[in-house]
Design a protein around this ligand. Structure first.
Ligand code: BT5
Length: 252
């Protein structure tokens, strides 16, 4: 079933029963496609997370990638995963306000404290110019159980709601909301979205440990600044601003 699309995104729309990874397929086609092109797969055999991690993608999820051509400086792309994960939570919480939604900086979507989805942005850019960004979004929807290694950490809409959801309806709403937030972000940067992100930010005010390229930082997570950076208060009282991308955050 095709989602009913109200915005510009989702044209063209490619739907596959199975792919290795929607990001890989869209990256190969990127040169000839316009902004807003979408690749969806019912299941992925080689779904990817960040830093070479794998993404469990059985049938029943929403696994898709979106082609973007933002006219921004490559460094500004570090806040793009935040914009998209915020759009996902805003649209899902619109459907299901009774569930407890949160964002784990930079790219995790959580429901009732467990991971329900994630965002992976891959970029082709030169020093000053972005050619394209492929944004992969994975959402666990109609999935009733997880393999042992994800048990206790992952969840799905089906587990949270106790019933199945209409995936094309959700995808259409997510595309619409993401397009809206993205165009605001292209015009004005992350600043107008920072407050909304902050309100959903899981570890706000809590003690966290951050791994950044093999280095560790520990302190209190004060929030997210107007560029989407994590504001960390270190034990000596100083502030450290961390960029997303290759960073992993844990509560301690
Ligand atoms: C992410 O990475 O969260 C980005 C996930 C992006 C997936 C989409 S699906 C469509 C598109 N095509 C792709 O190939 N990828 C994108 P990261 O923050 O690195 O989290 C990865 C970690 O999450 C793994 O190491 C597991 O611990 C956990 N994980 C794997 N599959 C999961 C799932 N289905 N639900 C919840 N957690 C999962």
């Amino acid at each position: 079933v095709l989602p009913l699309l109200r915005g510009k995104w989702g044209r063209p729309y490619y739907h596959y029963p199975q792919l290795q990874s929607t990001n890989e397929t869209l990256k190969q086609m990127a040169a000839s496609l316009p902004e807003g092109a979408v690749v969806v797969a019912e299941e992925q055999a080689g779904g990817k997370g960040r830093r070479g991690r794998s993404w469990h993608s059985p049938p029943g999820g929403i696994w898709f990638s979106l082609l973007l051509r933002p006219a921004v400086h490559p460094l500004a792309l570090l806040s793009l995963p935040l914009v998209l994960s915020l759009a996902v939570v805003k649209s899902l919480s619109g459907f299901f306000p009774e569930l407890d939604w949160a964002l784990k900086w930079p790219n995790d979507i959580l429901c009732r404290g467990k991971k329900l989805g994630g965002v992976l942005v891959e970029v082709a850019a030169e020093t000053e110019q972005v050619h394209w960004a492929v944004a992969g979004i994975g959402i666990n929807v109609n999935i009733s159980s997880f393999p042992p290694e994800l048990e206790g950490r992952a969840t799905s809409l089906e587990l949270c709601r106790g019933k199945k959801s209409c995936r094309p309806c959700l995808l259409a709403a997510i595309l619409e909301r993401a397009e809206e937030l993205y165009s605001l972000w292209c015009r004005e940067g992350f600043a107008p979205l920072a407050k909304d992100y902050q309100a959903l930010f899981l570890y706000r005010g809590r003690r966290v440990r951050v791994e950044e390229e093999g280095r560790f930082w520990e302190g209190k997570a004060e929030g997210v600044d107007d560029k989407g950076r994590l504001v960390l208060r270190l034990d000596d009282g100083s502030l450290r601003l961390l960029l997303g991308g290759e960073v992993t955050l844990r509560e301690v």
